[in-house]
Ligand binder design. Sequence first.
Ligand SMILES: NC(=O)c1ccc[n+]([C@@H]2O[C@H](COP(=O)([O-])OP(=O)(O)OC[C@H]3O[C@@H](n4cnc5c(N)ncnc54)[C@H](OP(=O)(O)O)[C@@H]3O)[C@@H](O)[C@H]2O)c1
Length: 391
Amino acid sequence: MFRTINASTRLSCPLRPAPWNAFAKRSFSTTSYVFAQRAVKYETNGEPSSVISTITYPDLPAPSPDSVNIKFLLSPINPADVNVIQGVYPANKTAQQLLPEAQIFVAGNEGVAVVQQAGSDAGLAEGDWVIMAKQQAGTWASASCVTARDVIKVPKEIGEVHAATITVNPPTAYNMLRDFVDLKEGDWVLQNGANSAVGEAVIQIAAHRKLRTINFVRNRHNIDDVKQHLQSLGATHVFTYDDLSSKERLKHIKSLTKGKDPRLFLNCVSGKDTTTMLRLLGSDATVVSYGAMSKQPLSIPTSYFIFKDLKCTGFWQSRWYNTHTREERVTVMNEIVKVIREGKLREPEHEIVTIPGSASEEEATTMVREVMKRVEAGAGRKVLLRVEEVP
Ligand SMILES: NC(=O)c1ccc[n+]([C@@H]2O[C@H](COP(=O)([O-])OP(=O)(O)OC[C@H]3O[C@@H](n4cnc5c(N)ncnc54)[C@H](OP(=O)(O)O)[C@@H]3O)[C@@H](O)[C@H]2O)c1
Protein backbone atom coordinates (compact mmCIF):
# COMPACT_ATOMS: atom_id res chain seq x y z
CA MET A 1 0.00 0.00 0.00
CA PHE A 2 1.71 3.21 -1.19
CA ARG A 3 0.45 6.50 0.06
CA THR A 4 2.26 9.63 -0.97
CA ILE A 5 2.10 13.21 0.06
CA ASN A 6 2.97 16.00 -2.32
CA ALA A 7 4.22 18.12 0.49
CA SER A 8 6.96 20.54 -0.30
CA THR A 9 8.78 19.48 2.83
CA ARG A 10 12.43 18.56 2.84
CA LEU A 11 12.90 15.85 5.42
CA SER A 12 15.78 16.28 7.77
CA CYS A 13 16.61 14.03 10.69
CA PRO A 14 16.73 14.61 13.55
CA LEU A 15 15.48 17.88 14.91
CA ARG A 16 14.49 15.79 17.88
CA PRO A 17 15.34 12.08 17.92
CA ALA A 18 12.22 10.63 16.38
CA PRO A 19 11.01 9.81 12.88
CA TRP A 20 8.30 12.37 13.19
CA ASN A 21 10.96 15.06 13.03
CA ALA A 22 10.36 14.56 9.39
CA PHE A 23 7.08 16.34 9.98
CA ALA A 24 8.49 18.68 12.54
CA LYS A 25 11.30 20.26 10.58
CA ARG A 26 9.91 21.89 7.53
CA SER A 27 11.92 23.63 4.90
CA PHE A 28 10.62 23.75 1.42
CA SER A 29 11.50 21.84 -1.75
CA THR A 30 9.46 19.84 -4.24
CA THR A 31 9.70 16.31 -2.87
CA SER A 32 6.89 13.75 -2.86
CA TYR A 33 6.86 11.38 0.13
CA VAL A 34 6.06 7.72 0.49
CA PHE A 35 4.26 6.88 3.73
CA ALA A 36 6.09 3.68 4.49
CA GLN A 37 6.43 3.51 8.28
CA ARG A 38 3.87 2.84 10.96
CA ALA A 39 3.53 3.57 14.68
CA VAL A 40 1.04 2.87 17.45
CA LYS A 41 -0.08 6.22 18.89
CA TYR A 42 -2.55 7.81 21.29
CA GLU A 43 -3.77 11.35 21.58
CA THR A 44 -5.62 11.23 24.88
CA ASN A 45 -5.05 9.13 27.99
CA GLY A 46 -7.42 6.28 28.69
CA GLU A 47 -7.70 2.51 28.45
CA PRO A 48 -5.24 1.48 25.71
CA SER A 49 -7.80 -0.74 23.99
CA SER A 50 -9.93 2.39 23.41
CA VAL A 51 -7.45 5.19 22.83
CA ILE A 52 -4.64 3.70 20.74
CA SER A 53 -4.61 3.57 16.95
CA THR A 54 -1.98 3.30 14.26
CA ILE A 55 -0.60 6.03 12.05
CA THR A 56 1.65 5.93 8.99
CA TYR A 57 4.44 8.39 8.43
CA PRO A 58 7.01 9.03 5.71
CA ASP A 59 10.07 6.92 5.14
CA LEU A 60 13.01 8.26 7.10
CA PRO A 61 15.40 10.76 5.57
CA ALA A 62 19.15 10.18 5.87
CA PRO A 63 20.32 10.56 9.48
CA SER A 64 22.41 13.51 10.63
CA PRO A 65 26.08 12.71 11.54
CA ASP A 66 25.36 11.84 15.19
CA SER A 67 22.16 9.89 14.49
CA VAL A 68 20.98 6.54 13.20
CA ASN A 69 17.88 5.32 11.42
CA ILE A 70 16.67 2.19 13.14
CA LYS A 71 14.10 -0.45 12.32
CA PHE A 72 12.38 -1.94 15.36
CA LEU A 73 12.50 -5.73 15.48
CA LEU A 74 10.47 -6.42 18.63
CA SER A 75 8.94 -4.16 21.25
CA PRO A 76 7.40 -5.58 24.45
CA ILE A 77 4.14 -4.48 26.02
CA ASN A 78 4.92 -4.07 29.72
CA PRO A 79 2.42 -3.27 32.51
CA ALA A 80 3.98 0.20 32.81
CA ASP A 81 3.18 0.91 29.12
CA VAL A 82 -0.49 0.42 29.93
CA ASN A 83 -0.15 2.84 32.87
CA VAL A 84 1.63 5.41 30.68
CA ILE A 85 -1.23 5.35 28.16
CA GLN A 86 -3.76 5.52 31.01
CA GLY A 87 -1.92 8.62 32.20
CA VAL A 88 -1.23 7.23 35.67
CA TYR A 89 2.52 6.64 35.33
CA PRO A 90 5.10 9.35 36.00
CA ALA A 91 6.73 9.10 32.57
CA ASN A 92 8.07 11.88 30.42
CA LYS A 93 5.43 11.83 27.70
CA THR A 94 7.09 14.52 25.62
CA ALA A 95 9.84 12.00 24.86
CA GLN A 96 7.41 10.16 22.60
CA GLN A 97 5.48 13.15 21.29
CA LEU A 98 4.84 12.91 17.58
CA LEU A 99 4.73 16.61 16.82
CA PRO A 100 5.99 19.36 19.12
CA GLU A 101 2.77 21.29 18.71
CA ALA A 102 0.35 18.34 18.79
CA GLN A 103 -0.69 16.03 21.60
CA ILE A 104 0.08 12.84 19.68
CA PHE A 105 2.26 10.26 21.42
CA VAL A 106 3.89 7.07 20.15
CA ALA A 107 3.60 4.28 22.73
CA GLY A 108 6.34 1.93 23.90
CA ASN A 109 9.39 2.21 26.13
CA GLU A 110 11.43 -0.92 25.48
CA GLY A 111 12.55 -2.71 22.33
CA VAL A 112 15.36 -3.90 20.11
CA ALA A 113 16.09 -2.36 16.74
CA VAL A 114 18.53 -2.85 13.89
CA VAL A 115 20.53 0.07 12.52
CA GLN A 116 19.57 0.65 8.92
CA GLN A 117 21.57 3.77 8.23
CA ALA A 118 24.23 5.36 10.45
CA GLY A 119 25.42 8.96 10.51
CA SER A 120 29.16 9.48 9.99
CA ASP A 121 29.86 10.27 13.70
CA ALA A 122 27.35 7.88 15.25
CA GLY A 123 29.85 5.13 16.15
CA LEU A 124 27.40 2.50 14.97
CA ALA A 125 27.19 0.53 11.74
CA GLU A 126 24.41 -0.73 9.53
CA GLY A 127 23.19 -4.07 10.89
CA ASP A 128 24.09 -3.36 14.55
CA TRP A 129 21.39 -4.18 17.08
CA VAL A 130 20.54 -1.48 19.60
CA ILE A 131 18.34 -1.08 22.67
CA MET A 132 16.97 2.19 23.99
CA ALA A 133 19.05 4.26 26.43
CA LYS A 134 16.30 6.86 26.51
CA GLN A 135 13.04 6.16 28.27
CA GLN A 136 9.68 6.36 26.51
CA ALA A 137 11.37 6.30 23.11
CA GLY A 138 8.17 5.37 21.26
CA THR A 139 9.20 1.82 20.39
CA TRP A 140 5.83 0.53 19.11
CA ALA A 141 6.77 1.60 15.63
CA SER A 142 8.37 0.19 12.53
CA ALA A 143 11.23 2.68 12.43
CA SER A 144 12.71 5.72 14.11
CA CYS A 145 15.54 8.17 13.85
CA VAL A 146 17.48 8.52 17.08
CA THR A 147 20.67 10.16 18.24
CA ALA A 148 23.43 7.61 18.87
CA ARG A 149 23.67 8.51 22.58
CA ASP A 150 20.05 7.46 23.03
CA VAL A 151 20.77 3.84 22.10
CA ILE A 152 23.18 1.13 23.29
CA LYS A 153 24.60 -1.61 21.10
CA VAL A 154 23.55 -5.08 22.21
CA PRO A 155 25.14 -8.40 21.14
CA LYS A 156 23.04 -10.19 18.51
CA GLU A 157 23.92 -13.63 19.84
CA ILE A 158 21.42 -13.26 22.73
CA GLY A 159 18.56 -13.27 20.22
CA GLU A 160 15.72 -10.84 19.53
CA VAL A 161 13.51 -11.74 22.51
CA HIS A 162 16.23 -11.36 25.13
CA ALA A 163 17.46 -8.15 23.49
CA ALA A 164 13.94 -6.69 23.32
CA THR A 165 13.33 -7.37 27.02
CA ILE A 166 16.74 -6.64 28.54
CA THR A 167 16.15 -3.01 29.54
CA VAL A 168 13.37 -3.31 32.13
CA ASN A 169 12.77 -6.62 33.92
CA PRO A 170 16.17 -8.36 34.20
CA PRO A 171 17.97 -5.22 35.46
CA THR A 172 15.13 -4.62 37.94
CA ALA A 173 15.68 -8.13 39.31
CA TYR A 174 19.47 -7.82 39.18
CA ASN A 175 19.58 -4.46 40.95
CA MET A 176 17.02 -5.35 43.64
CA LEU A 177 19.01 -8.47 44.53
CA ARG A 178 22.22 -6.42 44.73
CA ASP A 179 21.43 -2.98 46.09
CA PHE A 180 19.49 -3.41 49.36
CA VAL A 181 20.77 -6.36 51.38
CA ASP A 182 24.26 -7.85 51.33
CA LEU A 183 23.19 -11.35 50.36
CA LYS A 184 25.58 -14.25 50.61
CA GLU A 185 25.44 -17.69 49.02
CA GLY A 186 22.73 -19.77 50.71
CA ASP A 187 20.71 -16.75 51.92
CA TRP A 188 16.94 -16.72 51.41
CA VAL A 189 14.89 -14.22 49.39
CA LEU A 190 11.10 -13.99 49.67
CA GLN A 191 8.95 -12.73 46.80
CA ASN A 192 5.39 -12.54 45.55
CA GLY A 193 4.24 -12.24 41.92
CA ALA A 194 6.88 -14.90 41.33
CA ASN A 195 5.54 -15.87 37.91
CA SER A 196 5.78 -12.30 36.58
CA ALA A 197 8.58 -11.55 34.14
CA VAL A 198 10.44 -9.74 36.92
CA GLY A 199 9.72 -12.57 39.38
CA GLU A 200 11.10 -15.18 36.99
CA ALA A 201 14.22 -13.08 36.44
CA VAL A 202 14.60 -12.81 40.24
CA ILE A 203 14.40 -16.60 40.57
CA GLN A 204 17.03 -17.17 37.87
CA ILE A 205 19.48 -14.45 38.87
CA ALA A 206 19.14 -15.50 42.52
CA ALA A 207 19.81 -19.14 41.58
CA HIS A 208 22.81 -18.02 39.53
CA ARG A 209 24.12 -16.32 42.69
CA LYS A 210 23.33 -19.49 44.70
CA LEU A 211 20.64 -17.68 46.71
CA ARG A 212 17.51 -19.57 47.72
CA THR A 213 14.02 -18.25 47.03
CA ILE A 214 10.57 -18.66 48.57
CA ASN A 215 8.06 -17.73 45.91
CA PHE A 216 4.35 -16.93 46.03
CA VAL A 217 1.86 -16.92 43.16
CA ARG A 218 -1.94 -16.89 42.78
CA ASN A 219 -3.67 -20.25 42.82
CA ARG A 220 -5.13 -21.53 39.52
CA HIS A 221 -6.32 -24.71 37.87
CA ASN A 222 -2.84 -25.60 36.57
CA ILE A 223 -0.91 -24.56 39.67
CA ASP A 224 1.26 -27.68 39.56
CA ASP A 225 2.48 -26.71 36.09
CA VAL A 226 3.31 -23.20 37.32
CA LYS A 227 5.17 -24.60 40.32
CA GLN A 228 7.08 -27.03 38.15
CA HIS A 229 7.98 -24.27 35.70
CA LEU A 230 9.28 -21.95 38.43
CA GLN A 231 11.23 -24.78 40.02
CA SER A 232 12.77 -25.56 36.64
CA LEU A 233 14.00 -21.95 36.61
CA GLY A 234 15.65 -22.45 39.99
CA ALA A 235 12.93 -21.58 42.54
CA THR A 236 13.63 -23.31 45.85
CA HIS A 237 10.00 -23.33 47.02
CA VAL A 238 6.75 -22.16 45.44
CA PHE A 239 3.49 -21.54 47.33
CA THR A 240 0.17 -19.90 46.65
CA TYR A 241 -1.35 -17.06 48.66
CA ASP A 242 -3.95 -19.60 49.86
CA ASP A 243 -1.17 -21.21 51.91
CA LEU A 244 -1.03 -18.02 53.96
CA SER A 245 -4.48 -18.50 55.42
CA SER A 246 -3.50 -21.50 57.57
CA LYS A 247 -1.33 -21.02 60.67
CA GLU A 248 0.00 -24.56 60.24
CA ARG A 249 1.07 -23.92 56.64
CA LEU A 250 2.74 -20.67 57.64
CA LYS A 251 4.64 -22.44 60.40
CA HIS A 252 5.72 -25.09 57.92
CA ILE A 253 6.93 -22.51 55.39
CA LYS A 254 8.82 -20.64 58.09
CA SER A 255 10.53 -23.84 59.19
CA LEU A 256 11.96 -24.44 55.71
CA THR A 257 14.73 -21.87 56.19
CA LYS A 258 15.89 -23.65 59.38
CA GLY A 259 16.16 -20.43 61.34
CA LYS A 260 17.91 -18.48 58.56
CA ASP A 261 14.91 -16.23 57.87
CA PRO A 262 14.78 -14.21 54.63
CA ARG A 263 16.19 -10.68 54.93
CA LEU A 264 14.95 -9.48 51.56
CA PHE A 265 11.31 -9.46 50.43
CA LEU A 266 10.60 -8.31 46.87
CA ASN A 267 7.02 -7.08 46.65
CA CYS A 268 5.28 -6.96 43.26
CA VAL A 269 1.70 -7.15 44.56
CA SER A 270 0.86 -5.40 47.92
CA GLY A 271 -2.52 -5.92 49.61
CA LYS A 272 -3.49 -8.19 52.50
CA ASP A 273 -1.53 -11.29 51.46
CA THR A 274 1.65 -9.27 51.31
CA THR A 275 1.08 -8.12 54.90
CA THR A 276 0.71 -11.77 55.95
CA MET A 277 3.93 -12.69 54.12
CA LEU A 278 5.85 -10.33 56.46
CA ARG A 279 5.53 -13.06 59.11
CA LEU A 280 8.03 -15.12 57.13
CA LEU A 281 10.76 -12.50 57.54
CA GLY A 282 13.45 -12.42 60.16
CA SER A 283 14.77 -9.42 62.07
CA ASP A 284 16.46 -6.59 60.22
CA ALA A 285 14.78 -7.49 56.92
CA THR A 286 14.05 -5.14 54.02
CA VAL A 287 10.88 -5.05 51.94
CA VAL A 288 11.50 -3.64 48.46
CA SER A 289 8.27 -2.77 46.65
CA TYR A 290 8.49 -2.49 42.87
CA GLY A 291 4.92 -3.20 41.76
CA ALA A 292 1.37 -2.99 43.06
CA MET A 293 -0.42 -5.54 40.90
CA SER A 294 -3.28 -6.00 43.43
CA LYS A 295 -3.94 -2.23 43.22
CA GLN A 296 -4.22 -2.37 47.02
CA PRO A 297 -2.09 -0.44 49.52
CA LEU A 298 0.67 -2.07 51.51
CA SER A 299 -0.15 -2.14 55.20
CA ILE A 300 2.62 -2.81 57.73
CA PRO A 301 1.90 -3.39 61.43
CA THR A 302 3.91 -0.88 63.49
CA SER A 303 5.30 -3.69 65.64
CA TYR A 304 7.43 -4.88 62.71
CA PHE A 305 9.29 -1.58 62.71
CA ILE A 306 9.72 -1.50 66.48
CA PHE A 307 10.53 -5.09 67.31
CA LYS A 308 11.97 -6.47 64.06
CA ASP A 309 13.67 -3.35 62.72
CA LEU A 310 11.91 -3.86 59.39
CA LYS A 311 12.88 -1.50 56.59
CA CYS A 312 10.57 -0.67 53.72
CA THR A 313 11.66 0.95 50.54
CA GLY A 314 10.83 1.07 46.86
CA PHE A 315 12.69 0.44 43.64
CA TRP A 316 12.10 1.98 40.24
CA GLN A 317 14.39 1.00 37.39
CA SER A 318 13.62 4.29 35.60
CA ARG A 319 14.95 6.22 38.60
CA TRP A 320 17.99 3.93 38.65
CA TYR A 321 18.67 4.82 35.00
CA ASN A 322 18.24 8.53 35.74
CA THR A 323 20.69 8.41 38.63
CA HIS A 324 23.37 6.22 37.07
CA THR A 325 25.81 6.79 34.25
CA ARG A 326 25.71 5.22 30.82
CA GLU A 327 28.79 3.18 31.83
CA GLU A 328 26.98 1.79 34.89
CA ARG A 329 23.99 0.93 32.70
CA VAL A 330 26.24 -0.88 30.21
CA THR A 331 27.95 -2.75 33.05
CA VAL A 332 24.62 -4.08 34.33
CA MET A 333 23.54 -4.97 30.78
CA ASN A 334 26.80 -6.89 30.27
CA GLU A 335 26.32 -8.74 33.56
CA ILE A 336 22.87 -9.83 32.37
CA VAL A 337 24.23 -10.78 28.94
CA LYS A 338 26.77 -12.96 30.78
CA VAL A 339 23.99 -14.78 32.66
CA ILE A 340 22.11 -15.26 29.36
CA ARG A 341 25.24 -16.58 27.62
CA GLU A 342 25.71 -19.09 30.42
CA GLY A 343 22.18 -20.32 29.74
CA LYS A 344 21.05 -19.26 33.23
CA LEU A 345 18.42 -16.70 32.18
CA ARG A 346 15.69 -17.90 29.83
CA GLU A 347 13.61 -15.76 27.52
CA PRO A 348 10.38 -14.68 29.21
CA GLU A 349 7.31 -16.70 28.26
CA HIS A 350 6.06 -14.67 25.33
CA GLU A 351 4.02 -14.40 22.19
CA ILE A 352 4.92 -12.26 19.20
CA VAL A 353 2.13 -10.25 17.61
CA THR A 354 2.91 -8.94 14.15
CA ILE A 355 1.08 -5.91 12.81
CA PRO A 356 1.49 -6.65 9.11
CA GLY A 357 2.45 -3.87 6.75
CA SER A 358 -0.25 -5.09 4.39
CA ALA A 359 -2.99 -4.25 6.93
CA SER A 360 -4.97 -1.07 6.36
CA GLU A 361 -4.89 1.57 9.10
CA GLU A 362 -8.30 0.41 10.30
CA GLU A 363 -7.22 -3.26 10.36
CA ALA A 364 -3.96 -2.43 12.12
CA THR A 365 -5.80 -0.31 14.71
CA THR A 366 -8.26 -3.14 15.37
CA MET A 367 -5.36 -5.57 15.82
CA VAL A 368 -3.47 -3.46 18.34
CA ARG A 369 -6.67 -2.70 20.28
CA GLU A 370 -7.48 -6.44 20.47
CA VAL A 371 -3.98 -7.13 21.78
CA MET A 372 -4.33 -4.41 24.39
CA LYS A 373 -7.68 -5.83 25.49
CA ARG A 374 -5.96 -9.15 26.17
CA VAL A 375 -3.06 -7.45 27.97
CA GLU A 376 -5.45 -5.42 30.13
CA ALA A 377 -7.27 -8.64 31.06
CA GLY A 378 -3.93 -10.34 31.90
CA ALA A 379 -2.46 -11.97 28.80
CA GLY A 380 -0.52 -14.47 30.91
CA ARG A 381 2.70 -14.10 28.97
CA LYS A 382 4.69 -11.20 27.65
CA VAL A 383 3.38 -9.84 24.36
CA LEU A 384 6.00 -8.54 21.95
CA LEU A 385 4.92 -6.33 19.07
CA ARG A 386 6.47 -6.44 15.62
CA VAL A 387 5.20 -3.43 13.69
CA GLU A 388 6.02 -3.93 10.03
CA GLU A 389 6.82 -1.31 7.45
CA VAL A 390 3.98 -0.44 5.11
CA PRO A 391 4.92 -1.82 1.68
N1 LIG B 1 9.68 -0.74 39.71
C1 LIG B 1 10.26 -1.11 38.58
O1 LIG B 1 11.32 -0.63 38.19
C2 LIG B 1 9.59 -2.14 37.76
C3 LIG B 1 10.25 -2.74 36.69
C4 LIG B 1 9.60 -3.75 35.97
C5 LIG B 1 8.30 -4.09 36.31
N2 LIG B 1 7.70 -3.44 37.34
C6 LIG B 1 6.35 -3.78 37.78
O2 LIG B 1 6.37 -5.11 38.17
C7 LIG B 1 5.10 -5.68 37.95
C8 LIG B 1 5.28 -6.94 37.09
O3 LIG B 1 5.78 -6.57 35.83
P1 LIG B 1 6.08 -7.70 34.74
O4 LIG B 1 6.47 -7.07 33.48
O5 LIG B 1 6.95 -8.69 35.36
O6 LIG B 1 4.58 -8.27 34.63
P2 LIG B 1 3.98 -9.56 33.98
O7 LIG B 1 5.01 -10.49 33.48
O8 LIG B 1 2.88 -9.11 33.08
O9 LIG B 1 3.30 -10.27 35.25
C9 LIG B 1 2.25 -9.72 35.97
C10 LIG B 1 2.20 -10.42 37.31
O10 LIG B 1 1.24 -9.80 38.15
C11 LIG B 1 0.40 -10.80 38.74
N3 LIG B 1 -0.89 -10.22 39.04
C12 LIG B 1 -1.71 -9.56 38.18
N4 LIG B 1 -2.80 -9.13 38.85
C13 LIG B 1 -2.65 -9.54 40.13
C14 LIG B 1 -3.44 -9.39 41.30
N5 LIG B 1 -4.61 -8.75 41.30
N6 LIG B 1 -2.99 -9.94 42.44
C15 LIG B 1 -1.82 -10.60 42.48
N7 LIG B 1 -1.01 -10.76 41.40
C16 LIG B 1 -1.43 -10.22 40.24
C17 LIG B 1 0.34 -11.87 37.66
O11 LIG B 1 -0.04 -13.06 38.26
P3 LIG B 1 -1.14 -14.06 37.59
O12 LIG B 1 -0.34 -14.98 36.71
O13 LIG B 1 -1.73 -14.71 38.76
O14 LIG B 1 -2.10 -13.20 36.81
C18 LIG B 1 1.80 -11.89 37.21
O15 LIG B 1 2.58 -12.60 38.12
C19 LIG B 1 4.26 -4.59 37.29
O16 LIG B 1 3.55 -3.91 38.29
C20 LIG B 1 5.30 -3.69 36.69
O17 LIG B 1 4.84 -2.37 36.49
C21 LIG B 1 8.31 -2.49 38.06
